[in-house]
Structure formats: C-alpha cells, structure tokens
Design a protein around this ligand. Sequence first.
Ligand code: NDP
Length: 496
Amino acid sequence: MTKRQAKPASERQSARRATSERAIERVPRGGKRKGKGGVQREADFVVIGAGSGGVAAARRAAAHGARVVLIERDAIGGTCVNRGCVPKKMLSYGGTLAAILSGCLSHTGGHEDWSDAIVRVNAEMARLHVAYTHRLQDAGVELLHGEATVTAPDQVQVGAETIHARRILVATGARPQTLPVPGGELAGTSDDVFTWQSLPASVVVIGGGYIAVELASILSRYGVKVEVLVRESRLLERFDHEIAAALAEALAAKGVRLHFHAEVTLLNQANGAIDVCYRQDGNGNGNGGGEGGKDRIHTVRAQAALAAIGREPQWEGLGLAALGVEKAEKGGIRVDRSFRSRVRSIHAIGDAIDGLHLTPVAAAQGRWLADRLFGRRGDRADFDTVPTAVFCDPAIGSVGLTEHQAIEAAGKAERIESVVRRFVSLENRFAGSEQASMVKLVVNARSGRVLGAHMMDNAAPEIIQALAVALRLGVKLSHLRTTVQLHPTVAEELFG
Ligand code: NDP
C-alpha cells in the first residue's frame, strides 16, 4: 500500500464499531443472575455472529417467542454490510454513473471521486448498523458485544457471562484466504479495499472468481490501472463459459489487463511498490507447452496487490472441535440437512458451513432453522436454483445450469440446446458505447424446458432474480417466446 491510500483501516473500523457498540448498549438485558463465576443467563437460542444469517435466525426465533441472545465481536451486519455486498455495490454504482456520465457528457470527462464515494458508503453502513440494532431490539433479541466461546454443548461464554442455552447457532462467516507463497502477506484483501481513503495508481489482483472480477472492474472504473493474474484459462469458473469469455473481452476493452494461466510464485516489496512474480509458459498458457516446454517467470509491478483467492469458514477458536463438532470437506462445519452438527444442540449456517456462500442463502437458512426449532415447520427455500450475480461492469447474472453442467447431466451434447443473443443496449447506444450485452438460455432440446439463464448486462442481476421464479416453475422456451415483450428493455431479449 502506498502513502496516498494509507489512511489506517483501524480508524474506520473503530468508528464503525463505536456506532454499533453504542447501539448495542441500548439493548435491554433480562434474565441475568450473579453467580460465583460471573453473570449467568438463560436462553433458548444463542446465536454467535450478527451477520446476515445470524440476524435472520435471531429475529425469526424471537418472533416465535424464544429467548434469544445474539453475540457479535465486531460491527453488526457481518461481511455483507461491512466488508461485502453493501459497500461493493455502492462503490460499483459510483463507478457506473461516472462511466455513463463521462460517455454522455464528454466535456466533463472526470471519474467518480473515490474518497467521496467512501464517505457515502460509510454513511450507509452507519445507517444499517442502527437499523439492524433497532430491528433486533424490536424483535426482543438481546445483543451482546464480545468474543464467544462454546464451553459445553449447551453453554456459551462471553467475557464474564455464561449463557445456558437449549440451542446454539454458529453463524460466524468466512474470511479471505491468504496467498500461500513467499511474500503473500504483502497482498491485501477485499476487506482492505473498503478501508482505503484514496486509491493507488495501479493494482495487481490475484484470482479469477467473484471478488477478483468485481474488484478489478470497480477499481478500474475509478481510474486505477488494473492487472489480473488468473491461474486458470478463464474467469469465473462456476459460470457459463460463453458469458465468462464475453466478460473477459468487455473488461479488456475497458482497459483491465487479464493474464491467464498465471501462477503467482512470489511477492516482493520494491521502492514503495510491490513486484508480483508469476509463472507462465512460452505460449502464455502455463501448461509447460511453450518453447522447449519451459516456464517463464514474469514480474508485474504495482502500487498495491490484492489476493481474491477464496474465503475460508472461520470457526476455530470457538472451542467447537473439542466438543466433537466436525470439519467438512471444504473447511466448514459439517452439518446435516437440518444444519445440525455432530453435537445435536449445535447448529451452523451460512459461510461457516460448506456450500453456497451468498448472503441470501445464509439468511434463508437462518430463518428456516429458526422456524423449525421454535415455530411451525416452514417451507424450505430451494437451495438448488439459486440466482447469483457478479457486480462488475457489465454485470453478470445467472441462474440454473451452465451449458457444460446441463450436457453433463443429460449425458449427451445433442440433448441440450443453447440460445445465445448479443446486442447493444439502448443505454450503451445513448452513451456512445458499442459494448455488447449477452443473453444465453440453456434448454432441454426435447422438452423445451429452460435449465439455465445467463446474462451479461448491467440490468442482468435484476432480470435474473425475477427469472429464477420462472425457472423453478419449469418455464419452457415456448412460454418465453409467447410472452409479449416489454419494449424497450434489456429483458425483452429473453423473449420473442
Ligand atoms: P472464488 O471461489 O469465487 O474464486 C477464487 C479464485 O481464486 C479462483 O479463480 C481460484 O482459482 C483462485 N485461486 C485460489 N487459490 C489461488 C492461488 N493460490 N493463487 C491464485 N489463484 C488462486 O472466491 P472469491 O474470493 O472471489 O469469493 C469468495 C466467495 O464469496 C465466493 O465463492 C462467493 O460465494 C462469495 N461472493 C459472492 C459475491 C456475489 O454474490 N456477488 C461477491 C463476492 C463474493 P482455481 O479455480 O484455480 O482454484
């Protein structure tokens, strides 16, 4: 990190914490008694972690009449509010508006101002901290600030307080993985970006997933020179290959430099900048098939490096392993279909377990679990058909199967049909841009059922959210073709 950006992260974090702590203190506490070993408390449900999943579960359980204690060691709202969805989407809006304006009003030309955007993001986070706290208060949830340890299957310790609970929910989320190469600690993470008060002139982003793509796109729109080192041959491995390829083209056209098959080997400090060394073969594809089969080492220098190489569930240090709670394949807490761990009174949801690490998934899991434990059994959300978006420019929205997944499931390529449309939206035409948008439907060739819908356009996330319902209900291509379009829209490209 450079001097220009180096307003300490701690300042902003402690300001945030102060806001939420003040709010937390206002929450009335009941059912306490003083014992020899400090304050003792009884509860039906102790939730550890006040992120999207924990807050949703706590509120729903309280609505069913359960005595709920929610424990958080940091700012309320978790990753989504403080280090993820909310600040990312707001910064992304800022960059998009600047791009549209500078296209339309070329005489103004300027980029959105980062420090101004950060002030607005922080204001929204502060508003959300207070709103969340009030909602929890209104629901009757007690909020405690502190570090929780699970000391028995029915007991949680926070400072001098011991809480006896019938059920415990672990909703402690995940944290960014660190880069496992020499000098890897020089790379920051997405958490750091939201604390930057000003921007470095250049950044190397390492990774090719959601966060790498979103960061690369947002930073470049604020005028940062961005290079992305992707160790695979493509971006967004979990998305449809044609949409990912179209996005790579679009990002490159906007000035983001993408290097594929680039395996990072070393990071070095270099006169206030960072040198990132990566291995690639003579053909630029890392497969060892280049000139004489030899790998080449390249170095890219930038003022900052960011690693976006995945996030790992965080639950060590809670004392769970000692009680018999097991780890699943990808490092999350092992749970059954009812989100119960091997210790029957201890449950886990969201990013703390393996599976889809998305805010609405965690919230849906939390509500369903609270219904099941304290209310009437509610309908379980459909966790198989989950819409998802990448908030880059242009944005990606996706629901259902990719073409490859559909072919694999069908067993034969000819059983699957793909309908692809490329077009330039009116918004882009107005801004004088030739940026193409794309729609792709993956269809069962025999029945006509739509198995997957994938879009690249800034309207894609909104459209895909609504289309997810149709997919769940078994929409066919013929239904889309016989639905009268709404014109002029981006969504109409899916119909007709
Ligand atoms: P992802 O799992 O999406 O992508 C990780 C990327 O890093 C992959 O390209 C992976 O490559 C690469 N990688 C892993 N290890 C290394 C390494 N040692 N060196 C170089 N590259 C490496 O993780 P993200 O961090 O982007 O995001 C984490 C999660 O957060 C996502 O899975 C998503 O669930 C959630 N998220 C959702 C968002 C949204 O809904 N809009 C936004 C942001 C995050 P390889 O394929 O080779 O392993």
